[in-house]
Structure formats: structure tokens, C-alpha cells
Write a protein that binds this ligand. Sequence first.
Ligand code: A2P
Length: 335
Amino acid sequence: MKQYKIAVVGATGMVGRMFLRVLEERKLPASEYFLFASARSAGTTVDFMGKKHTVRELTEDAFKDLGVDIALFSAGGGTSKIFAPIVAASGAVVIDNSSTWRMDPDVPLVVPEVNAHAIPEYKKKGIIANPNCSTIQAMVALKPLAVKYGLKRVVYSTYQAVSGAGMGGYSDLENGLKGEAPKKFPYPIAGNVLPQIDVFLDTGYTKEEQKMIDESRKILELPNLRVTATTVRVPVFHGHSESINVELEQPFEVADIRKLWEGTEGLIVQDDPEKGIYPMPIYAADTDPVYVGRLRRDFSVENGINFWCVADNIRKGAATNAVQIAQELIRQWEA
Ligand code: A2P
């Protein structure tokens, strides 16, 4: 098998560090790794794959002559906007964790368990987009329902961890618990919940809510899906939770949905109310699967269900999903 050259851009950040851990765990067929960040951390060393790697500065010429095959990006939207096309032009396929390229019709938006078939679309721009963390976990649970029963309407209510806001968000909760004022969030997050993630749009929705709506439609290939969202930041370090209400097109048995999910790749059913078993972020943290539970019929509509869905937002919601895309890309290249 060919050995690939892989770069990580934003290697010193919250998601970038997790890229490195997941790459260590999954052992891709790689001959060489290159780590990039801004000028601020260029020259520092990072322990990775059993040796010290010097962090390089991302510049316009940084990828020239390196022969990188795959570049995993998590260095903010502005950096992706400028550098993803430059790095793609150098011959690498960029897997980008920012929101910049997600809705570009020439860029596939991929959750490997759900729409790996979209990956070859990368040939148009050399870029594959990694979806928003909250969207990814919902897709893994919703796709089998969409295929078997059809989706009539989806309502998301999220309870999102501070790590989703990067190092700054994490520090705000840590320091807030000691009584310090927030620096990243507009209000204290310790002992509070913030019904605002990202900026407000003219519609009254936040950008995070709109991302969930737009990205769900693109990934599920249901451009007219009726879907709405309320996204909320909660004082949890790791793991996003979501209450998801779905109206299905077809009638169903709750037990059949549970069975369907039990056979779904990437999904673990934790649902035994009598024993008090349901997904929670403290147990999902630092693991790769998406967990579902609290599955029950919504008696207020014809074919409705409610369920609870939890995943580690930095793993499946970001780094793991991106590395899985890289693995699937290599699998498709080798096929
Ligand atoms: P640096 O550590 O040099 O600032 P987080 O979202 O956790 O704050 O992480 C952001 C990541 O993106 C960091 O690795 C950061 O590097 C990197 N980054 C930010 N701006 C740039 C840039 N202009 N070029 C390359 N990397 C960047």
C-alpha cells in the first residue's frame, strides 16, 4: 500500500491536538507528518507518533515541494478561506473543519457513515468539508430513519459543551468556576446556560442554528427537509447533547427503530429507563461513537419520536470525523 504524506494545520489548537491523538490511535498508512500553526507557535515542538515534531508556520509557500497528500485543517474560518485553496493547488486534498467551505456546492460535506459516496466530489476544488459538531452526531442517528421511514420534520434542541468554542471557551468555564469573568463568551457560563452560539442572523436564528439546518439538508440530500434548531451552550467541558424530535413519513414501531439503530455503524443505543440508563456527556467524553437513548413515541403528532443524542464534540464532532474522512479517502484511492 502507498504511504501518504499527511499535514495537520492548527496542530496546537483544541481540535488540532485531538487530530494528533486520533491519528496516533488509527495509524493511517503515512510515511511522514507535517504540523502547522501560526507564527505564534512556529518552532515549538510537539510529541507525536513517538518523536518530537517541530511546528511549522503556515505561509503561502509552506506546502510547496512537500508533496503532501492530505491536509487536515482546524485553524479557524479565516485561515481556511485563504489557505485551503493554496494548499489544494499544491496537490493535497484539504479536509477542513471550519464552516467556510461547507455550503459550497463544489465541496462535499461528509460524515463517513452517512455519505461517503459524496467524497469524490472533492475533485472539483480539492476540499472536503467536515460538518459542524452538532450536525455530525445528529446525522449518524437520523440517516437510517431517513432511509427506512422518510423524514417529515426535525426539531433540534442542543446542549453544547464549552470545548466547542476552542481553548477560549474551555478556559471561560474553568476560570468561571473560580469566579473569574468570561473572556470568550458574552456572559458567564459557570452556573449558567447561554441560548446563543455564534452570532445572530437577521432571521433571529444564530449562525450555529442555521448551520445545523443547512448542513442537515446537504448531508441527507434532502434540500427541502423541514428542520429547525435551538442551540444552547451549557457548562459542560466535553460532549454535546441534543434533544431531537422527528416526524417520520411512515408509521413505525419504537422497537424497530431501536433495532435499526443497534445495527447502525458508529451508533450505540443506551436506552433502559428502568435502570436509569441513557447517554450522558461524562461517559461519551473521549470516546468516538454517537450515543442515543430516551427513545419514545411523540404522541402529539402522527408518526413522531423523541430521542436524546450525545457525542464527544471534539472527537466525533470534529477530529475523529475528519480522520475517518481521510481513512475513507485513502480506501477509495486504493480501491
Ligand atoms: P497558534 O497556536 O499558533 O495560534 P483553537 O481553536 O483551539 O484556539 O486553535 C486554533 C488553531 O489554529 C491553533 O493551532 C492556532 O495556532 C491555529 N491558527 C490560528 N490562526 C492561524 C493562522 N493564521 N495560520 C495558521 N494557524 C493558525
